[in-house]
Design a protein around this ligand. Sequence first.
Ligand code: ARG
Length: 265
Amino acid sequence: MKKMTSFAFLLSILMSLTLISCGPTEKDTGAADVGIPRHVKKLVMATNAEFPPFEFKAEDGSFQGIDIEIMQAICKATGRELVVEDIAFDSIIPAVNSGKADCGVAGMTVTEDRLRNIDFTTPYYEAFQVIVVVKGSTIQGTDDLKGKRIGVQTGTTGDTLASDIEGADMNRFSKGVDAIVALTQNKVDAVVIDNEPAKAFVAKNADKLVILEEPLTKESYAMAVKKGNDELLALLNKQIERIKTDGTLDVIRAKYEGTADAAAE
Ligand code: ARG
């Protein structure tokens, strides 16, 4: 009888120990985190901060530009903390799809091709590709680009467009500014790039370079989210609508646009 009692006692201790050790494990995998996506607290934006005035690194190392401020405004309004992941432009979509980032915001043009891999928000900016050449160049339009050495940023719409030009000798750079530098060094004959970055880069080489007037495309910038992430897509769309209508976007644009023109004068 005495034996039984101590056995039962031991058993009860063992059982309660098992319960204790199960407890926390159950909590870890339990309800606490279920259904709350990661972006509720932090919103990770993948970008390529080599694209003024949309995203660039300021001298103090901080990220600045139209896209950065748009995302700061959205995060502020929705109680989130913005995290900027600065990566290669052609790594942005893979980063969003692997979950490394919640969204890609990088002056990214909506294209049929990209829509196969990613969802886009409603557009927030209209842009176009331009040709940059040295002053006095014989290149005066798209037709003159045939067989020429063309500089582009890898994986951009400028890259796609120029690659289709007959006999184009493609020179791909990881940064748009490197294509511009190559142009100033006569290593390429022309650069195909988005209009606003073109202005920003040319302003710094105003004595040497010009932007040809003829726009090559009509493009819309939007934010990329992983296919099926409808919750974040809806949130971003709602916020894009808001900043368009309440004047926030105009204020941000005015802060950055035209600064390059002013610098060039
Ligand atoms: N709009 C072009 C594209 O979508 C170029 C974007 C480059 N953006 C950047 N942050 N480097 O392909």
